[in-house]
Design a protein around this ligand. Structure first.
Ligand code: UDP
Length: 317
């Protein structure tokens, strides 16, 4: 049962056991909120939130967000969904249901309690972008029936639901498009490039670069991202987004591999493997809007964030 806490905001984080969610739950508790975390631990991990469980203002509900739930909330952060390609492609139908039904259940709860609701949308809504860097008014280039579609189209569907609740019911929505983010609490078997390269380097195993390694991504350290998410949630009712949140520093996967090799003093060799289908060729957020609306921009450069992430993985390997 969820306890109400007098004089505190009750903030729900769906997917609170995941990489981003666990950092967000901690930051919200640090700000004096009552935090309810919902997770079914498909890709999240109990160990991520273990340190939070002793906090009397923290509640955990093990639940699948595709099934409705009901308790009082002031604010909702809707994050629940496996987010790494290997995780979300493992059960693509479940991924699609989580994005769409999960959004409907969270929006219905917001409607019931007149709560503010934040959607963790994604740079994947831009697909294999033909406009670079990607501004929010770019509609994207998404394959509607490829192996990434369960996630990309699911998240696009969720965005459309958020804006329809806004138009039909006046729901106070906040939609963030989150670009590649990294840091402590990523799963060891997450399969994403930063965690793969660091773990491979620490174990002196081959670094697996997919394709020719010239594709680019822009990596945001998790603390910067969480700060942006909270600023967006605290913005006025007129601010709905979508707003890009990410670090505009852009690197090829080969550059990332070199950085990780150097930082870890690893003996690993770089090997090349086939590029997965529909892998976007370049990605960099245009964060002008986040700067204007929220006064936000990331502060932690890739080298610094990688150092912190390497320390984390050294500790758990
Ligand atoms: N990638 C890679 N080696 C890996 C894992 C990923 O070269 O071991 C590449 C992947 O093909 C993509 C980029 O790194 O071009 C980022 O992949 P990730 O899965 O981290 O995120 P996303 O593709 O969703 O941005």
């Amino acid at each position: 049962m969820i306890r109400g806490t007098k004089n505190k905001k009750t903030v729900l984080v769906t997917g609170g056991g995941g990489f981003l969610g666990s950092h967000l739950c901690k930051a919200l508790l640090d700000c004096g909120n009552h935090v309810v975390c919902i997770d079914n631990f498909i890709s999240g991990r109990l160990s991520n939130i273990e340190p939070l469980k002793k906090n009397p203002d923290f509640d955990l509900l093990i639940h699948d967000v595709t099934e409705p739930y009901n308790f009082y909330v002031d604010e909702i952060f809707n994050l629940a969904c496996p987010a790494s390609p290997i995780f979300y492609q493992r059960d693509p139908i479940a991924t699609y249901k989580t994005t769409v039904l999960g959004a409907i259940n969270a929006l219905d709860l917001a409607l019931k309690w007149n709560a503010k609701i934040f959607q963790a949308s994604t740079s994947e809504v831009y697909g294999d972008a033909l406009v670079h860097p990607q501004p929010e008014n770019y509609w994207g280039n998404v394959n509607p029936h490829g192996i990434r579609s369960c996630y990309d189209e699911g998240k696009r569907g969720a965005e459309s639901l958020f804006f329809d609740y806004r138009r039909k019911h006046g729901t106070d929505i906040k939609v963030a498009r989150i670009f590649n983010t990294y840091g402590p609490n990523m799963n060891v078997d997450d399969g994403r490039v930063v965690s793969n390269f660091i773990i491979q380097a620490l174990q002196n195993r081959d670094i697996t670069v997919y394709g020719d390694g010239k594709q680019t991504r822009s990596f945001c350290y998790v603390d910067d991202l969480v700060r942006g998410m909270m600023l967006l949630m605290d913005s006025g009712n007129g601010v709905t987004g979508p707003v890009n949140l990410g670090n505009p520093g852009e690197f090829t996967m080969l550059e990332l591999a070199e950085k990780v090799l150097k930082l870890t003093c690893s003996k690993s060799k770089i090997i090349f493997m086939p590029l997965p289908d529909d892998d976007p060729k370049m990605r960099r957020p245009d964060i002008t809007l986040a700067g204007k609306l929220l006064g936000w921009r990331p502060e932690i450069p890739l080298d610094e964030g990688l150092k912190l992430t390497v320390e984390y993985f050294k500790g758990i390997l």
